[in-house]
Design a binder for this molecule. Structure first.
Ligand code: MD6
Ligand code: FE
Length: 215
């Protein structure tokens, strides 16, 4: 198979999830080894932790960040912060392999000037879910979001502008990338409880990297 065939095959594996929401099947597969090596560096400095929601609940998804800004939650609310509240240090800067993957994915979905400054890293274990929510803590909703799935599969719920709107269910597999912006930027979405399984690289976990321009 030539490089050209490979390119065409990738193009054909883009699916439209909704208005301005694209699923790039397997887009991160080629970079998986590098992504996992960089991930290990990030979590050595800023380990996964279960943050507390403003209402006082402990999130079941464990999180950390890299990049200039990191998403944090505590009793005071949700916000982006330049330092890790757990150790007072700046988040590890975004590894070039992360940045390049996010920029390339955004470009192939038609967002040519994406400049992510934040990468939220979510870790799911079996049974863990992420309730329906909107991503609205960023300054500029004109910038897309790039979301990379690694490890165990998960069912992604993709709804509308109201929490009660009907949702679509999309299976996200290791290496899949979702690019999302424009008209659907503020649509409700979530992750159903993770099913038991074992992934050859990530064991009993699903990891999600979510890239944003937050500041
Ligand atoms: C996840 N993703 O896949 C959670 N948000 O683990 C998100 O919350 C998300 O995938 C905005 C855009 C794409 C996403
Ligand atoms: Fe989200």
């Amino acid at each position: 198979m030539s490089l050209f065939d490979h390119h065409v095959e990738n193009e054909m594996r883009q699916e439209l999830l909704g208005e301005n929401a694209f699923l790039l099947r397997g887009f991160a597969r080629l970079a998986e080894t590098e992504l996992l090596a960089e991930l290990a560096r990030v979590i050595r400095q800023s380990p996964f932790r279960n943050m507390i929601t403003p209402s006082g609940r402990r999130m079941s998804v464990a999180m950390t960040n890299c990049g200039e800004l990191g998403w944090v939650s505590d009793r005071a609310g949700y916000r982006y912060a330049s330092t890790d509240p757990q150790n007072g240090l700046r988040w590890l800067s975004m590894p070039p392999a992360f940045f390049q993957l996010a920029v390339n994915a955004a470009r192939s979905a038609g967002f040519s000037d994406f400049m992510p400054d934040a990468c939220l890293i979510n870790r799911y274990e079996v049974g863990t879910k992420l309730s329906l929510h909107q991503d609205k803590d960023e300054k500029d909703f004109g910038q897309p979001i790039v979301s990379v799935s690694l490890g165990l599969p998960a069912v992604f719920l993709f709804g509308g502008l109201k929490r009660t709107d009907k949702t679509r269910r999309i299976q996200l597999l290791h290496g899949d990338v979702v690019v999302w912006g424009g008209a659907s930027r503020l649509h409700y979405h979530g992750i159903l409880p993770l099913k038991p399984g074992h992934h050859e690289l990530l064991g009993d976990y699903r990891i999600n990297l979510t890239f944003r321009k937050a500041g």
